[in-house]
Design a binder for this molecule. Sequence first.
Ligand code: HEC
Ligand code: HEC
Ligand code: HEC
Length: 386
Amino acid sequence: GRRLAAAGDCVVCHTAPGGIPNAGGRAMDTPFGKIITTNLTPDVETGIGSWSFSAFQRAMREGISRDGRYLYPAFPYSAFAKTSDEDLTALYAYLMAQPAVRSATPATRLDFPFSVRPLMAGWNALFHDASPYSADPARSAEWNRGAYLVNGLGHCGACHTPRNAVGAERGGQAFLGGAMVDGWEAPALTALSRAPVPWTSSELYAYLRKGYAPQHGIAAGPMAPVVKQLSALPDEDIRAMAAYLASFNEALPEAESAERARQAVLSARQSATSLPGPGQRLFNGACASCHHDGDGPRLLGVNVPLALNSNLHSARPDNLVRTILEGISAPAGKDIGFMPAFRHSLDDSQVAALASYMRSRYAPAEPAWQDLPATVARLRAAPGEH
Ligand code: HEC
Ligand code: HEC
Ligand code: HEC
C-alpha cells in the first residue's frame, strides 16, 4: 500500500505547500479554474475516515465521491481506474492506517458551467473507461507491468499527454506526446521526443531511478517530486516502466547513441566562442562555472552537458526560462546539485538574451525562439511553487 501510494503521488497533490502530508488543501490550476485537493487522511469528519472500501474503489475507478458527487479529472481517476482490486485494497488499507488529521479544506468553486458537477457524468460517458488494466498477451510480462504502472497509478499521461478542449487526454499519436502542466512543459516521451539522443530503456531507468540520465539530463520542476516518490518502488518496477516507455521510441545502437551525444557536446563546445554578444557574456559570468561541456571541473551535481537536454531542443523556451528564474531548490536525487535562482539578479531582457544565446549554442539545428522577452515576463509573473 505504501509503495502504491508513492507510485500514485497521492501526497504530492493532497498536501498544501508547507502543510501536513495528505491533509489536502493544495490548489491545482486548471484551464477551468482552481480545484482544491481534499483531506486524504482517515479523519472521520474532514477526511476519508468514514469511507468504506467500496466508496474508495468507486472514487478511484469512476471518479464519484462517497456522497455521490462527481469528481473533476484533475484527480487522475481516469488513470487510477486501471489499478487492480487487489492493489486498491492494499492502498486503502495503507491510507486508513495513517494518522488522522482534522483539516477542513476550502471547497472548490469553478465558474459556470464547470461548477455543475453532474455534467461530469457526460464527460465520463464520453472519455472515461473505468475498467481495470487488462494485459496484452502479445507483450512480455515486464512490458505489461510497465504499462500497468505508467497508465495506472503512475498517471504519467496526466502531465505528458495533451488534452482536448474539455480536459480529456487525447489518444493515438498524442498519447504521451508532450503537454503543458503548471506552467512547465512535460516533454514527449514517445518518438515525438526532441531529445537529441533517442531515449533507451537504460536511460529511462536511470532518469526514473536516480533523477538523471547521462545522455539527457535531470528531472526538475514538477517531475522532481515524481522521481522522489518513485524511490519507494523496487528496481523491477522502474525497469518495467522504462521497458514499456522505450517501446515508444526508436533507440539507436549503443555506439551510435554515444557518438550522437559526443557530436552534440563537441558542437556546443566549438560554438561557445563563435557567438559573441550579451548572452555569451551573461552565460560566462553567471552559469559557466557550474555548466560546461565536459571540459571543466565538476563543481556541483552531475553536470550532464546542456547540449543533451531536451529543454534546449524544445519548440518552447518555458522550461529553460523557469529553471533560470527559479533555480533548483529541491533536487530529485542525492547526486543532483542545487542551482541558485536568478529571478532577482537578472532582468527580463537579460534572461531573454541568455535563453536566446543558449538556444543557438546548444540546439544549433533548431530555429530561434520567438517572443522571448514576453515569455520571460509571463513566466516571471506566474506563481511558481517548484
Ligand atoms: C494530480 C493531483 C492528484 C493526485 C496525484 C492524486 N489526487 Fe486525489 N484528488 C485530487 C483532486 C484535485 C481531488 C478533488 C477533486 C474534486 O474536488 O472534484 C482529489 C480527490 C480525491 C478523492 C475524493 C475525496 C473526496 O472527499 O471526495 C480521493 C478518494 C482521492 N483523491 C484519492 C487519491 C489517492 C489514493 C491518490 C494516490 C493514489 C490520489 N488521490 C492522488 C488530485 C490528486
Ligand atoms: C506532475 C506532472 C508530471 C507527472 C505526473 C509526470 N511527469 Fe514526467 N515530466 C514532467 C515535467 C514538467 C518534465 C520536465 C522536467 C525537466 O525538464 O526538468 C518531465 C520530464 C520527464 C522525462 C524526461 C523527458 C526529456 O526528454 O527530458 C521523462 C522520461 C519523464 N518525465 C517520465 C515520466 C514518467 C514515466 C511518469 C510517470 C511515472 C511521469 N514522467 C510523470 C511532468 C510530469
Ligand atoms: C552553483 C552552480 C550553478 C550555477 C551558477 C548555475 N547552475 Fe544550472 N544547474 C546546476 C545544477 C547542480 C543543476 C542540476 C543538474 C546537475 O546536478 O548537474 C542545474 C541544472 C540546470 C539546467 C537543467 C534543468 C532541467 O530541468 O533540465 C539548466 C537548463 C540550467 N541549469 C541552466 C543554468 C543557467 C542558464 C545558469 C546561469 C544563469 C545556471 N544554470 C547556473 C547548477 C548551477
